[in-house]
Design a protein around this ligand. Structure first.
Ligand SMILES: [Zn+2]
Length: 289
């Protein structure tokens, strides 16, 4: 840690003792600047998904001048997880260097408007069984869009109330990912960027996830061969601004690792392949993820 960061961390720690909530511990401003300030010849188009229904929501398609990967980012699959919604809205203003960046900030719009986890048909992220039809109108509409784009990479932004491995049944501070993803390297980078030394339990972990589950990112991996991620931050000791910043950073790292940003994070297309085994666990479990 650089000296200035260390001093900032100590100052924040003093603040923590009083406030009990950590606000904006660190970040990676150069990476986010690269995401926000790329070329100015990005073409942005918007599409209405499930038009003229209660589920109608906006999809943003940002096309960069250079060829590259198609990356889809989802926020608001769970309507009360505001970090992912806000981060995804910010991402609609980004400037990728290559490929297409597709963003759906308010995936379950009824749930988002009600500030609740589930919408009309309950928890949307249980409606995507692999190799079967999605099990709700909303899930079918979302999946149609995913199939149309046939993405190389899918990222779904969430938050939990607790921390994976520390609070039973909670899955926060974890990057779940498909087999071919850069989960471990990105989790380590997020820890280096955004987790101060005095919050050791908030260090990010990565978990390879079985592709046969009913979650959107799992279906994308199983049926479309997409490299898929589900990001979970936590509301435990972190305020909204911090959770949102972590969600932005996760998105920028995924984008960079797969060639959507010309920024050397040392991960993925800009770095060496990962090695090592990770255990399999179910993400987004219970009713609290
Ligand atoms: Zn969630």
């Amino acid at each position: 840690m650089r000296r200035r960061s260390a001093l900032a961390a100590v100052t924040t720690l003093a603040g923590t003792a009083i406030a009990g909530v950590v606000s904006r511990p660190g970040g990676n401003d150069p990476l986010l600047a690269a995401a926000r300030e790329g070329r100015d010849d990005i073409v942005t188009e918007t599409t209405r998904l499930l038009p003229d229904t209660v589920h109608e929501t906006t999809l943003y398609e940002l096309t960069a001048p250079e060829p590259g990967p198609t990356v889809i980012v989802f926020g608001g699959v769970h309507g009360d997880e505001r970090n992912g919604i806000e981060a995804a809205h910010d991402v609609t203003e980004w400037a990728p260097d290559a490929g297409r960046l597709v963003v759906v900030p308010e995936t379950d719009r009824v749930a988002v408007e009600n500030d609740e986890r589930g919408g009309v048909d309950g928890d949307l992220n249980r409606h995507f069984p692999a190799n079967q039809d999605p099990t709700s109108d909303l899930a079918r509409g979302i999946w149609n869009a995913v199939e149309r784009y046939d993405p190389d990479v899918v990222l779904d932004l969430h938050r939990s109330l607790g921390i994976y491995g520390f609070h039973q049944e909670y899955v926060g501070q974890t990057l779940f990912h498909s087999t071919d993803a850069h989960g471990r390297a990105i989790a380590n980078a997020l820890t280096a960027d955004a987790v101060p030394w005095y919050l050791p339990f908030h260090r990010f972990t990565s978990q390879e996830s079985t592709a046969g589950g009913p979650l959107l990112f799992q279906k994308a991996a199983a049926e479309l061969d997409a490299t898929s991620y589900l990001f979970e931050t936590t509301a435990f000791l972190l305020d909204h601004a911090t959770m949102t910043e972590q969600s932005r950073l996760a998105t920028a790292h995924v984008l960079a690792a797969h060639g959507g940003l010309e920024y050397d994070t040392g991960i993925g297309v800009a770095g060496a392949p990962e090695s090592g085994q990770e255990s399999e666990t179910e993400p987004d479990g219970g009713t609290n993820a």
